[in-house]
Every structure is written in structure tokens, then in C-alpha cells.
Design a protein around this ligand. Structure first.
Ligand SMILES: Cc1cc2nc3c(=O)[nH]c(=O)nc-3n(C[C@H](O)[C@H](O)[C@H](O)COP(=O)(O)O)c2cc1C
Length: 189
């Protein structure tokens, strides 16, 4: 129904986040959305030197990434919490672009192995996505003790998440539609 760019936040070799990302990808696809799965580990982008718009001849993987970000109706970062913020890998990937995000909503997902589900990372991401022109929806989705929510194969163990995620995604859907309707009428800049 909508095109959603989903950003994996962790590039650690033993990352828990990939389980969250694949779980969310499947739910979004089952709901009929098109998902652009953006994994900084696969992309391997260098620490930012030039932004995309400053590059003379951007390489193919960056051109493809830009297309996905530009085409998306909304964004979903799946973020770990490192020292009370998001990961440098996610921030570095986001920073390559700017105008491509404008006037699209974002829905922030965070997780951690502790009890707070990466809420500090989520709060920082609200500021980051506001600056990118893709304001976050009112709710964010936290997964505390992520190691107890999925098994080692990435299968959901804790069934309460099915219900919780539905409410979150219903809200995102509302914003996706509202922003799309407004974009079709034009944008202020
Ligand atoms: C550098 C670093 C900093 C961390 N800082 C926090 C933190 O501030 N709060 C927290 O709840 N967990 C913290 N953790 C633990 C993470 O929640 C845990 O490692 C989690 O699995 C990270 O996600 P990932 O496996 O997808 O990389 C930190 C982990 C690392 C590697």
C-alpha cells in the first residue's frame, strides 16, 4: 500500500537488531506495503565525506539508495541504543541525504538488551528525523530485553508483541496516508 524504507541500525557481527528488522519487514509486507530494506552492513558506506548532492559521480549503490529514500512514503529506523543514543552506522547512512526525506513521516523502533528498550536512542532519533524533514509519529516502539523476545533463529517468542505492533503500525498508516494526500496537493518548498 505504501513504500517504506526500513533502516537496520546495527552493523555488529552478532547484532540482535537484524531479527527485529526481519520481523518488522515481514509484518509490513504482509500488510501489503513495499519495503526497501536498507542495511548499512551490506552497504558499507564510508564515514561521510561528501553528501550525495555534492558528489560528481555517485557510485551505483548510492544512486540506488537515493532512489529508495526518495521514492519511500515513510521511514522506519530499527535502532539499537549505544551510550544513550542511536548507532553511528545508522546516523552515517542517514546523513548522506536530506531533501529526499522531506514531507514523509517516520516511525521509530528501538531495542536493547536492558529494560528500557533503547528509549534514549528513540528520543534522539526524533530530533534527527525532525531535522531531516521526516517528523516522527507520536508513538515509538520499544523492545526491551530483545534477547528474550526472539529466539536465535529470529522467531518471535513473546506473543504480546503482535498486538502491540498492530496499534503502532495502524498509527503509522494514518500518518503515511495523511502526508501522502498532502504531498499530492503540493509542498511548501
Ligand atoms: C557500544 C555499546 C553501547 C551500549 N550502550 C547501551 C546503552 O546506552 N543502553 C542500553 O540499554 N544498552 C546499551 N548497549 C547494549 C545494547 O543494548 C546491546 O548490545 C544490543 O544488543 C545492541 O544491539 P545490536 O545487537 O543490534 O547491535 C550498548 C552496547 C554497545 C555495543
Amino acid at each position: 500500500m505504501f513504500k517504506i524504507a526500513l533502516f537496520v541500525g546495527s552493523v555488529r557481527r552478532d547484532r540482535h537488531g537484524i531479527k527485529v528488522a526481519h520481523w518488522m519487514e515481514k509484518i509490513l509486507k504482509d500488510l501489503g506495503h513495499e519495503v526497501f530494506f536498507i542495511d548499512p552492513m551490506e552497504l558499507g558506506l564510508p564515514l561521510l565525506d561528501r553528501m550525495y548532492k555534492e558528489m560528481q559521480e555517485p557510485e551505483e549503490k548510492l544512486r540506488n539508495l537515493r532512489e529508495k529514500i526518495k521514492e519511500a512514503d515513510g521511514y522506519m529506523p530499527i535502532s539499537p541504543e549505544y551510550n544513550h543514543s542511536t548507532s553511528s552506522a545508522l546516523k552515517n547512512t542517514l546523513d548522506y541525504f536530506l531533501e529526499e526525506y522531506f514531507f514523509k513521516p517516520s516511525a521509530i523502533v528501538s531495542y536493547s538488551v536492558g529494560s528500557f528498550g533503547g528509549i534514549n536512542a528513540a528520543q534522539h532519533l526524533r530530533q534527527i528525523f525532525a531535522e531531516l524533514g521526516a517528523p516522527s509519529i507520536s508513538s515509538s516502539f520499544q523492545i526491551p530485553k530483545v534477547q528474550e523476545v526472539f529466539d536465535t533463529d529470529g522467531k518471535l517468542i513473546d506473543p504480546q508483541y503482535e498486538k502491540r505492533v498492530k496499534r503502532f503500525l495502524d498509527e503509522f498508516d494514518w500518518y503515511l496516508e495523511a502526508f501522502k494526500n498532502q504531498r499530492e496537493k503540493g509542498t511548501p518548498y
